[in-house]
Design a protein around this ligand. Structure first.
Ligand code: NAD
Ligand code: TYD
Length: 356
């Protein structure tokens, strides 16, 4: 038995692959295009490990996916691969449509052909697990209840619209063709191997480099943070016991305004790696113009996965953010290597300043 993982060199995918192989000997075929966000450094500990089979390629390359399915005969596909950064989707939505919509469609078609020809028992046991986001539900007012699985889809950014489209395709492949799919919609993740274009790693990396900490608008936008390894344990649980055709919202009940997140990171760094001049990293916080169409609040109602599958996160925000800050302090080489030429060009475009 084996699993086909897409996007397993990205932030969440690589954490999933590492966690999986730390607990199981079931091999993983890892299909990843290695865009700017894919990084084989994340998987360095698996070098020479025959349980990890890495293939560089595109989920939209149907012939390649068909060949991998025929060769390895996985019992499940876990679909992480996506373009994932909202700000990049605002500057250039095309890649988001290509990978998240067209790529998911082609992947579904290749998987459908493989699945349809499986012997009955394997066909029944097969799963296609689609990893999606809470951003498909749009934005919440301050007093709205958190997103439940039954909320309407109201995506507001090119990124969330492309993920919503992919969720609809996955749903339709279940209803029309009977493909045994599972969809998870998760809140914002944080933790090791997070590319420093996203809020938490960007703030850690910029703070240490003496650079400004750019808070969009008033910094009162709320996100619901989940430690990445808790997301991975939820995915394992959904794969094991989720009902085909069902959707599971995943979150850790950790709603926080952005400014509070940035101040927490500054306080941890003041404690763990004080500035040479003895002043607080908070002095580096700067307010910059808001993101166009910026969603004000996301929050996940995780009661379904808790009730039906007995899943609960292991970390609180306090324990998870401390581990995360410590991880970045312990891995300056990883940070240095992801700050490639492409990374520098992005920082210049988005913030109008040179990268750290
Ligand atoms: P990421 O951007 O860090 O990684 C994406 C990976 O997909 C990269 O390794 C990249 O090389 C690969 N990839 C991109 N296009 C590809 C293609 N056409 N073919 C093959 N590989 C391709 O993203 P992430 O943060 O790890 O997110 C993983 C999944 O989880 C995404 O589907 C995302 O929408 C979803 N998600 C992310 C978060 C979050 O907070 N990061 C929250 C909820 C859901
Ligand atoms: P991000 O990590 O890009 O995730 P998402 O947009 O998918 O939620 O951003 C998290 C929040 O932080 C979001 O409200 C935008 C804000 N943000 C900043 O204030 N400054 C920044 O430099 C970045 C990257 C994000």
């Amino acid at each position: 038995m084996s699993l086909l993982v897409t996007g397993g060199a990205g932030f969440i995918g690589s954490n999933f692959v590492l966690d999986w192989l730390a607990q199981s000997d079931e091999p993983i075929i890892n299909l990843d295009k290695l865009t700017y966000a894919g990084n084989l450094d994340n998987l360095a500990n698996l070098r020479g490990d025959s349980r990890h089979h890495f293939v560089r390629g595109d989920i939209g390359d149907r012939a390649l996916v068909e060949r991998l399915l025929a060769e390895h005969r996985p019992r499940a596909v876990l679909h992480f691969a996506a373009e994932s950064h909202v700000d990049r989707s605002i500057h250039g939505p095309e890649d988001f449509i290509q990978t998240n919509v067209v790529g998911t469609f082609r992947l579904l078609e290749a998987v459908r052909g493989y699945w349809a020809a499986l012997p009955e028992a394997e066909k029944t046991a097969f799963r296609f697990l689609h990893i999606s986001t809470d951003e498909v539900y749009g934005t919440l007012g301050p007093n709205d209840p958190p997103f439940a699985e039954t909320n309407r889809y109201e995506p507001n950014s090119p990124y969330s619209a492309s993920k919503a489209a992919s969720d609809h395709l996955v749903r339709a492949w279940h209803h029309t063709y009977g493909l045994p799919v599972l969809t998870t919609n998760c809140s914002n993740n944080y933790g090791p191997y997070h590319f420093p274009e996203k809020l938490i790693p960007l703030m850690i990396v910029n703070a240490l480099a003496g650079q400004p900490l750019p808070v969009y608008g008033d910094g009162q936008q709320v996100r619901d943070w989940l430690y990445v390894r808790d997301h991975c344990s939820a995915i394992r649980r959904v794969l094991q016991a989720g009902q085909p055709g069902h959707t599971y919202n995943i979150g850790g009940w950790n709603e926080k305004p952005n400014l509070e997140i940035v101040r927490t990171i500054c306080a941890l760094l003041d404690e763990l790696r004080p500035r040479a001049d003895g002043r607080s990293y908070r002095e580096q916080i700067t307010h910059v113009p808001d993101r166009p169409g910026h969603d004000r609040r996301y929050a996940i109602d995780a009661r379904k996965i808790e009730r039906e599958l007995g899943w609960k996160p292991a970390e609180t925000f306090e324990t998870g953010i401390r581990k995360t800050v410590q991880w970045y302090l312990d891995h300056p080489d990883w940070v240095q290597r992801v700050q490639s030429g492409a990374y520098r060009a992005w920082v210049q475009k988005q913030y109008g300043v040179a990268a750290a």
